[in-house]
Write a protein that binds this ligand. Sequence first.
Ligand SMILES: NC(=O)C1=CN([C@@H]2O[C@H](COP(=O)(O)OP(=O)(O)OC[C@H]3O[C@@H](n4cnc5c(N)ncnc54)[C@H](O)[C@@H]3O)[C@@H](O)[C@H]2O)C=CC1
Ligand SMILES: O=C([O-])CC(=O)C(=O)O
Length: 312
Amino acid sequence: MKITVVGAGNVGSTCANCIAQKELAKELIIVDIKDGLAEGKGLDMWQAAPINYYNTKVKGVTNDYTATAGSEVVVITSGLPRKPGMSRDDLIATNAGIVKSVTENVIAHSPNAIIIIVSNPLDVMTYAAYLTAKKASNKIFGMAGVLDTARYRAFLAEELDVSPKDIQALLMGGHGDTMVPLPRYTTVSGIPVTDLIDEDRLNAIIERTKFGGGELVNLMGTSAWYAPGAAAAQMVEAIVRDQKRIFPVCAYLNGEYGMKDIYLGVPVKLGKNGIEEIIEVKLNESEMAMLKDSAESVKSIMKVLDDMNIID
Ligand SMILES: NC(=O)C1=CN([C@@H]2O[C@H](COP(=O)(O)OP(=O)(O)OC[C@H]3O[C@@H](n4cnc5c(N)ncnc54)[C@H](O)[C@@H]3O)[C@@H](O)[C@H]2O)C=CC1
Ligand SMILES: O=C([O-])CC(=O)C(=O)O
């Protein structure tokens, strides 16, 4: 198994480190455009192998996609992160070009790879990569829901003073402020969360989750990486170990939830074939209205991508 992570910055190197520590690959290639950065991170991770006991051979390269040839899974994290005062959507002008050129290089050397996009604005960058790669949509999708759900679960665990392991939750929609956490599909070891927490506290946690990325940007001056890197690696694990995990994933919709030709966060089954099923949960009227609202916001950024005229 050969895996590539593009982008040796905060998220890419964290993701690569998780992949190595989980021994998901025999060979792990990290690519960055900045001279020496990926080589350095790769060497540092390889030198951690005798300490952390993994066999995954990690190697970094500067923009050399021949080294990535034949990768079975590729994670694309290249692109600018936002700074305080910016929205994820503000990144489109720079990141669309980066995602396009990286996807072309990835596809040229690993035509059969399953590709996971992480770069922001996530839903539209995933769509841009899909249009560029021209591959089946079950093999190209984005990471956001695993992270957003993890934030929601972490906040709930803290509030309820229980283990984060016992919180199960679902969150749908775009990776922006219109994301849709679903309390009706949130339980603590099977107990409905609404039985355990009053409505006001739950609503406060939902609001904090929606702006969870921004909270970290304001604290650090750049965006998060530990949870995002771990989230992308968990998706890689589900694929390479054919785990059939059910995760919220930014997936291409072709009629599901009454929507077409859009990438949006929905629950899917992830296994060796990538997205093996999109699960259509029953949403009530207000949940569906929030999902549609989130889709409208993603569509408005798709229009910006379209107007940029950079993808055939
Ligand atoms: N989907 C999600 O939930 C999340 C998405 N992100 C996004 O992930 C992206 C990366 O974030 P960070 O790692 O924090 O940024 P970073 O600035 O630490 O790293 C980005 C790396 O991409 C590299 N890069 C730029 N152009 C490239 C190209 N053409 N080819 C190869 N490498 C290239 C840069 O040299 C840099 O090392 C951002 O767009 C950020 O908004 C971040 C967190 C969560
Ligand atoms: O907030 C950002 O810009 C990065 C990101 O997507 C997240 O951490 O959720």
